[in-house]
Ligand binder design. Structure first.
Ligand SMILES: *Cc1c(COP(=O)(O)O)cnc(C)c1O
Length: 411
């Protein structure tokens, strides 16, 4: 008999997006003429920057001749790409990250999900709530949690509430934790952690010998100068933090696939003898065993954003989404809905009116104005009573959706 990994059965079905699809389909079949606008979408919609297309076309041509053909690439990714990342995202911002500390991957979801493999099962984990579900689910699969309880929490996990009352900036846990997952700019709340908040977390991690797993997939969306783009802007973070970044939201690579992890060389964990082991070495071992690199063509495409022209094209792309974000945020404010985020992130997080449940607000929005969003409860227990709208849609649809909300939503 082949036994399964029982931990998988602790996970509830991926209820969120299938339930949304089901409710939308039911509504559309009853109202065939309704023009539904989707502002729930968590994927980019605009084409890749021209520089990326040109670079990838050139790379494809290189593959057609034996002299320039590339097979398996270097373990951590091509140096041409790691050089540019270290330069543009770190050195130019006064941060010290070397290319041997950068690991190129085929996206951040796998990195955020796989990183837990290099840590022992006895680590206590703390996870922001609400947040991107990958951190929690991969720890459940690995057996680092108990069962799902009736209050929506997994046994053995420390949840870090991010709610309007604390400005969506979680407090330090009252108990000891070993691994801390933070996401800033946050998906789904669209809010960011300040320099002070990150300093507090770095202090905690250093005092408790913990590791911070810092997901900054949306760093490129930060518009305010005083918001940290990287955790390494905080002194001491190199001793306690791993950073995840992605080209997905930065440059429209959700279907093209490229991301990276930064693991500073001084970062270590303890083995069961209490000896310190560099985490970077463990991650290299893991990746060289289970991963064979991101396509050369794709790495050339990613590299292309690091030029003057590339940077300006990426800025324009992000500017398009951020203009949508502004339209949504201002529209919600106009009708008196409390909205957060949307300034340094493509997500707008609104508080449902009159304490409505997230799913009730979903139905209301769908029924009254034919607009689809994402119920906050789908991102963690503290997401209940909130609702996510995204700015990844098309401009005209975004404007139309907000006009409908302004004229027809019954609040
Ligand atoms: C989209 C997203 C990612 C990146 O996913 P990719 O696998 O790189 O496409 C990572 N973290 C968060 C919070 C995200 O929303």
């Amino acid at each position: 008999m082949a036994f399964i990994n029982d931990n998988y059965q602790k996970l509830p079905g991926s209820y969120l997006f299938s339930e949304i699809a089901k409710r939308v389909a039911t509504f559309q079949s009853k109202n065939p003429s309704a023009k539904i606008i989707r502002l729930g979408i968590g994927d980019v919609t605009q084409p890749l920057p021209r520089v990326c297309i040109d670079a990838m076309k050139h790379a494809v041509d290189e593959m057609s001749s034996a002299e320039t053909f590339r097979g398996y690439g270097p373990e951590q990714g091509y140096e041409f790409l790691r050089d540019k990342i270290a330069d543009y995202n770190y050195k130019r911002r006064g941060l010290n990250v070397d290319i041997d500390e950068i690991f190129i991957s085929d996206g951040s979801k796998c990195d955020c999900g796989n990183i837990q493999e290099i840590f022992g099962l006895n680590n206590k984990i703390a996870i922001a709530d609400p947040v991107y579900p990958v951190y929690l689910d991969t720890n459940v699969m690995a057996g680092r949690t108990g069962e799902l309880q009736s209050d929506g929490h997994f046994e053995g996990v420390v949840y870090l509430p991010c709610i309007s009352e604390n400005g969506f900036s979680p407090s330090i846990p009252t108990e000891h934790v070993d691994l801390i997952y933070l996401c800033s700019p946050n998906n789904p709340t669209g809010t960011t952690l300040s320099k002070d908040a990150l300093e507090m977390w770095v202090d905690y991690a250093k005092a408790n010998d913990s590791i911070i797993l810092y997901d900054s997939a949306y760093a490129a969306y930060i518009t305010e100068d005083d918001v940290p783009r990287s955790i390494y802007e905080v002194d001491g973070a190199r001793d306690c933090a791993i950073e995840f970044r992605s080209f997905s939201k930065t440059a429209g690579f959700t279907g093209t696939r490229c991301g990276y992890v930064v693991i500073p060389r001084e970062l270590t964990g303890a083995n069961h003898h209490g000896e310190r082991v560099p985490l970077k070495n463990l991650w290299l071992r893991r990746q060289t065993t289970k991963f064979n690199g991101t396509a050369y063509i794709v790495q050339r495409g990613a590299e292309a954003i690091y030029s003057e022209e590339g940077q300006s094209q990426v800025k324009e792309l992000i500017g398009y989404y951020m203009e949508n974000a502004k339209i949504i945020r201002e529209g919600l404010n106009e009708v008196g809905l409390q909205a957060y985020g949307g300034v340094n992130a493509p997500y707008i997080w609104l508080k449902t009116p009159n304490g409505m449940k997230s799913w009730d607000f979903f139905d209301k929005l769908l029924n009254e104005v034919n607009v689809v969003g994402t119920p906050g409860a789908g991102f963690g227990p503290c997401g209940e009573g909130y609702f996510r709208l995204t700015s990844f849609g098309d401009r005209n649809n975004t404007i139309e959706a907000m006009n409908r909300i302004k004229s027809n939503l019954n609040i």
